[in-house]
Ligand binder design. Structure first.
Ligand code: AMP
Ligand code: ZN
Length: 465
């Protein structure tokens, strides 16, 4: 059965034809490991995991590369501002490497909790400095880059066309109020490939241009080329990456070898919170841990993400998660009912369900439509192990572990555990007033405690949205 993808590069829904007929090569832009990954980041990770699973459902082998950005991503996403890693290291009084290790570990914990498969190759930017340097040197030799007193820039005027992926109108934008930090840039859209490091810069490497560090875009071009070749099948990321990061990756690759690095570009839309943007200042940045700490299964979030097509916005609400948790439980019960059923179900019916599910997932990963078929199977009056087997097959794409018993790991935040310890000390000192004060404080933070013979029990009450 044909697979269709909406390709950002052509702005069309197209039949997918891989370069190699057996193995699909994919590159996904991974996290910048300077802070906790949000449930928005995780929405993009789930979409990428579904893509892998759908390709495998169709019989393909997969070679999937995901990078870990631990250098070069500036706070502006462009050429302005501080490196996100260094900013975070300064704020948390740690080294950039410590920050990277810490947040990389948390990122993979989230992936595991969401039953997201680890890509075949996970590569860290700082492990690939020589590859990036070689790439930039080649661009220099071929005349696609130039040096200023602060950086090595890519010269977009050398390309036949820029932009190719986004709808940027360069003339209109140029007339706008873009403040340029480096007046030596030939065009405001030239971008940094390599940046000369100021005196006390924390991350820098020797290069023909002195101590310096890579730009963000070059890492994906260099690592993509290294592990997947000059041209591979699919490149993915969130929609925010289209106008700068992915546009510039394409520019670099065209300069390096004359090719657009991937044939299909798939972009996931944003997760909104209560209809708006997730932002620190609005206090509505949610992590997967927040969902788990409220007593929900992380897989309820995975199921929740199927309520919208990956190319549409999805609005997160706690009511939505509550409903998804119940749906997940009903899915598991429904699976068990079929497993233990004794009814006869015709093969034709089973095949019809399978075909409709397959068609839905192959239609640009239409998970809301696919879930419709899943629910029809669950609700089928006749209960049969044949349908349980079919549901398990579907679950190879859904990744919801429908055959496993629910296990919710509720983590108590460190802050609450410390308060409980403090309260214990107050009680040992018979300081009842202090003990009550701490109990109230814990309650304000959304947790209830109960003293039992075995110790203190903690229960999450929930907080206001
Ligand atoms: P960042 O940590 O901001 O560099 O983002 C890492 C990845 O997550 C990128 O591919 C973003 O497009 C994606 N992402 C960030 N915020 C959201 C969101 N609210 N919804 C969906 N994807 C997001
Ligand atoms: Zn990238």
């Amino acid at each position: 059965m044909d697979i269709f993808f909406t390709n950002t590069l052509t702005r069309k829904k197209e039949v997918f034809k891989p370069i190699d007929e057996k193995e699909v090569r994919i590159y996904s832009c991974g996290p910048t490991v300077y802070k906790d990954a949000t449930i928005g980041n995780m929405r993009t990770s789930i979409f990428q995991d579904v893509l892998r699973r759908v390709l495998r459902y169709n019989g393909y082998k997969i070679k999937h590369v995901m990078n870990i950005t631990d250098v070069g991503h500036l706070v502006s996403d462009g050429d302005e501002g501080e490196d996100k890693m260094i900013k975070s290291a300064r704020e948390e009084h740690k080294s950039p490497a410590e920050i990277a290790d810490y947040y990389t570990k948390l990122f993979f914990e989230d992936l595991k909790n969401l039953n997201i498969e680890t890509p075949e190759i996970v590569c860290k930017a700082t492990d690939h400095i020589p590859d990036m340097l070689k790439y930039v040197e080649t661009l220099m030799e071929k005349g696609y880059a130039y040096e200023t007193s602060t950086a090595i820039y890519f010269d977009i005027s050398k390309l036949d066309k820029y932009p190719v992926l986004s709808n940027l109108n360069l003339e209109e934008q140029k007339a706008g109020a873009r403040v340029e930090v480096d007046p030596e840039k030939k065009s405001p859209y030239d971008f940094a490939l390599w940046i000369k490091a100021p005196e006390n810069h924390l991350m820098k490497w020797d290069s023909p241009w002195g101590p310096s560090y890579p730009g963000w875009h070059i890492e994906c071009s260099a690592m993509g080329q290294k592990y997947l070749g000059e041209q591979f099948d699919i490149h993915t990321g969130g929609i925010d990456l289209i106008p700068t990061h992915h546009e510039n990756e394409i520019a670099q690759s065209k300069g390096y070898c004359g090719k657009v690095p991937a044939r299909y570009w798939l972009h996931g839309e944003y997760l909104l919170i209560n209809g708006g943007k997730m932002s620190k200042s609005l206090g509505n940045v949610y992590l997967l841990r927040d969902i788990i700490n409220r007593g929900y299964s992380p897989l309820a979030y995975r199921l929740f993400s199927y309520s919208s097509h990956y190319r549409n916005k999805l609005n997160f609400t706690w009511e939505g998660i509550e409903a998804s948790q119940k749906s997940l439980e009903r899915l598991k019960q429904g699976y068990q009912a079929h497993l233990n059923g004794k009814d006869e179900v015709e093969d034709e019916k089973v095949n019809e369900y399978e075909e409709r599910f397959h068609k839905a997932i192959n239609d640009d990963l239409n998970m809301p439509l696919a879930m419709g078929v899943v629910w029809e199977v669950i609700r089928n009056d006749k209960k049969s192990p044949k349908l349980a087997k079919l549901l398990l097959k579907f679950d190879s794409v859904l990744g919801l572990k429908i055959d496993e018993k629910e296990e919710i790991k509720q983590e108590i935040p460190k802050e609450i555990l410390e308060l409980i310890e403090e309260r214990k000390k107050a009680r040992e000192d018979k300081n009842w007033e202090e003990s009550d004060r701490i109990r109230d404080l814990i309650k304000e933070k959304g947790y209830e405690i109960k003293d039992t013979k075995e110790g203190t029990e903690v229960r999450f009450l929930g907080t206001e949205d």
